[in-house]
Design a protein around this ligand. Structure first.
Ligand code: GLP
Length: 244
C-alpha cells in the first residue's frame, strides 16, 4: 500500500493511451489475469486503444478473465440498458474474451445470497489482478454509493438521486434509469493487486479533488483507494484536475 500514483493527461487520447499501457502491462505479464472493467463513458477510448493493439498483434488477451463490476436490477437480460451488454460491446467482443472466461454478477432470485457466494468464489479463484474504475459524480466506485464503507461486500444497492441523474445521459431520461443495482463491494475491489481509476471532464473536478485530497471516508467511497492494498494508478485529464 502506498500513495496513489497520479498522472494528469492533456486530453482523452492521452488518457486512453496511458490507461492502455497500464492494462497491457498487466495482461502481458506471465500467466492468467483477472480484470474487472468498468462500463461508463470514461474508459471507452482506452478499450478502443486496447482493441487496436490486439488487432496489430501487440496484445494477447487469451489469458484474460473478466469479472463484472456492476449491473442494474429489474431488467430483462436483453434490455438495452443492461450493463452486461455495454461490457460485451466495449470490452468482451473487441478484446475477444469468450463467455467461458466471464463471471457475470447475479441478478435473479435471492441476489444478496448469490452475491455472497460470488464473492467467496472470486476470493477462492485468487481475487482480482486489475480493477479499472470510473468515478461517479457522487464519489461512487462501481455502484458503491455513499455511504459505503471499505469493508462493504458484493451486494444489492438502491441508487442515489445523484447517480440516477448522472446515468440519465446514457439512457435518455431519469425515468429510464433503473433504481436498484448490484455491485462488487469495496472490500474485494480494494484488495485487487492493481487499481486504475480513470477520471475525465470538468464535471468530475470537485469529486476527484475530494477523493484524493479530502478526508478518507464512506461519504466519498473513492477516497478509500488511498488505503487500497495493492498499487493504485489514477489517470485524470486536465479538465477534471484543473476544473476548466
Ligand atoms: C456509473 C457506473 C460506474 C462508472 C461511473 C462513471 O454509474 N456505475 O461503473 O464507472 O458511473 O461513469 P462515467 O465514466 O460514464 O462518468
Amino acid at each position: 500500500m502506498g500513495e496513489p500514483h497520479l498522472v494528469v493527461l492533456d486530453d482523452a487520447r492521452a488518457l486512453a493511451r496511458a490507461g492502455a499501457d497500464v492494462v497491457a502491462g498487466v495482461v502481458n505479464a506471465d500467466g492468467p489475469v483477472t480484470i474487472v472493467p468498468a462500463t461508463g463513458e470514461t474508459p471507452v477510448g482506452m478499450y478502443e486503444e486496447l482493441a487496436a493493439r490486439r488487432a496489430r498483434g501487440d496484445l494477447d488477451t487469451r489469458d484474460v478473465s473478466i469479472v463484472q463490476l456492476d449491473e442494474y436490477l429489474g431488467l430483462e437480460p436483453d434490455d438495452r440498458r443492461a450493463l452486461f451488454g455495454w461490457m460485451k460491446r466495449t470490452v468482451l467482443e473487441p478484446l475477444a474474451v469468450g463467455a467461458e472466461r466471464v463471471a457475470r454478477l447475479p441478478t435473479e432470485g435471492d441476489v444478496d445470497a448469490a452475491c455472497a457466494i460470488f464473492e467467496r468464489e472470486l476470493d477462492a479463484s485468487g481475487g482480482i489482478d486489475l480493477v479499472i474504475l470510473g468515478l461517479g459524480t457522487n464519489g461512487h466506485l462501481g455502484f458503491n454509493e455513499p455511504p459505503s464503507d471499505a469493508s462493504s461486500v458484493t451486494r444489492t444497492v438502491d441508487l442515489t438521486a445523484d447517480t440516477i441523474a448522472a446515468n440519465a445521459r446514457y439512457w435518455g431520461s431519469e425515468r429510464d434509469v433503473p433504481t436498484r443495482a448490484v455491485t462488487l463491494g469495496l472490500r474485494p475491489l480494494l484488495e485487487a493487486r492493481h487499481i486504475m481509476l480513470l477520471v475525465a471532464g470538468a464535471s468530475k473536478h470537485t469529486i476527484v479533488r475530494r477523493a484524493l485530497e479530502g478526508p478518507v471516508g464512506e461519504d466519498v467511497p473513492a477516497s478509500f483507494v488511498r488505503e487500497a492494498r495493492g498499487s493504485v494508478t489514477v489517470l485524470v485529464d486536465r479538465a477534471a484536475w484543473e476544473g476548466e
